[in-house]
Design a protein around this ligand. Structure first.
Ligand code: PDD
Length: 287
């Protein structure tokens, strides 16, 4: 059975799913998106992703195309039609289709809604997590509103390509003061040389990761503390462990930064444990 996409009210074969050439998402990156991980065909961290979606849309004055309740039904139907158990759901909402003009269309047009769903081979994903991944660093060059999850991802695209060419899986942006902000598609964490969990605070210009947020709760339940304080790449290579979080990565151990080993160059015990605990929590709470 082929993949099915959702475009503006219709479920269509993935290969035939199209949007108009004057969609503002396509021409101007005037669009936001969300990514949910799927466990057993259900949406993980659903409320957190919906809340951030609503916030991203509100910040850009794009109307929510339907109620959260109705959208939930559409997302679930998209998953059902694709018969996906473990995987990823991608939702994109643009300001809509209008003759090209930078300012908002007047009168307002209907937002465009696109949904795609893809299956992930859980065994391959777990094998990658068991090995750990490498990251490279790159200069922070994004706009000042990284808290909004827009499709304007060109700096992230270039950073990820740099990582790929270096044989790494992720790129960490480093700001003018020398601190890691976040990854191109994930939040960055370390277990520092004192054994303390550290990740950048969300007052910084980063995405307020939903996986990050859920993991903070998991960590608190373990009786552990997190220092929401930035770290440098040098602190990461001097750290006991490092990892990244995101709807794609979940909790993924980092074993090297810019070719230098983190710890003994193998996934750390805390990152490995937190991955297991996060997945248990996400699976149990998925809707
Ligand atoms: N990316 N930071 C950035 C820049 C991201 O793009 C993402 C997610 C995260 C982690 O956020 P969350 O835990 O809510 O997924 C942090 C998604 C997965 C993507 O672009 O595909």
């Amino acid at each position: 059975m082929g993949r099915i996409a959702y475009v503006n009210g219709r479920f269509v074969p993935h290969g035939q799913a199209v949007v108009h050439i004057e969609d503002r998402g396509y021409q101007l990156a005037d669009a936001v998106y969300e990514v949910w991980s799927l466990f057993d065909g259900r949406l993980a961290d659903a409320d957190g992703h919906f809340a951030r979606l609503e916030r991203s849309l509100a910040e850009l004055a794009i109307a929510m195309p339907m109620s959260r309740r109705a959208l939930t039904l559409v997302l679930r139907e998209a998953v059902r039609r694709n018969r996906v158990s473990d995987g990823i759901l991608y939702l994109q909402i643009s300001r809509g289709v209008a003759p090209r003009d930078h300012a908002f269309p007047n009168p307002g047009v209907r937002p465009s809604v696109v949904i795609t769903v893809k299956s992930l081979a859980r065994a391959a994903v777990e094998a990658k997590a068991a090995k750990g991944v490498s990251v490279v660093t790159t200069s922070e060059n994004r706009w000042g509103r990284c808290d909004i999850k827009t499709v304007g991802l060109l700096p992230n695209v270039l950073a990820k390509q740099k990582a790929k060419e270096a044989g790494a899986s992720e790129a960490w942006f480093v700001d003018d003061l020398g601190f890691v902000t976040e990854g191109a598609s994930s939040n960055a964490w370390i277990v520092d040389s004192d054994g303390r969990l550290r990740t950048r605070d969300t007052n910084a210009n980063i995405l307020r990761g939903i996986t990050r947020h859920t993991l903070l709760r998991v960590i608190a339940e373990q009786g552990l503390e997190v220092d929401e304080r930035p770290f440098t790449p040098a602190e990461a290579t001097a750290a006991k462990e490092a990892f990244i979080t995101g709807a794609g990565a979940l909790v993924l151990p980092v074993i090297a930064v810019d070719g230098r080993k983190v710890g003994d160059g193998a996934p750390g015990p805390l990152a490995t444990k937190l991955r297991r605990l996060y997945i248990e929590r996400a699976r149990a709470g998925a809707v």
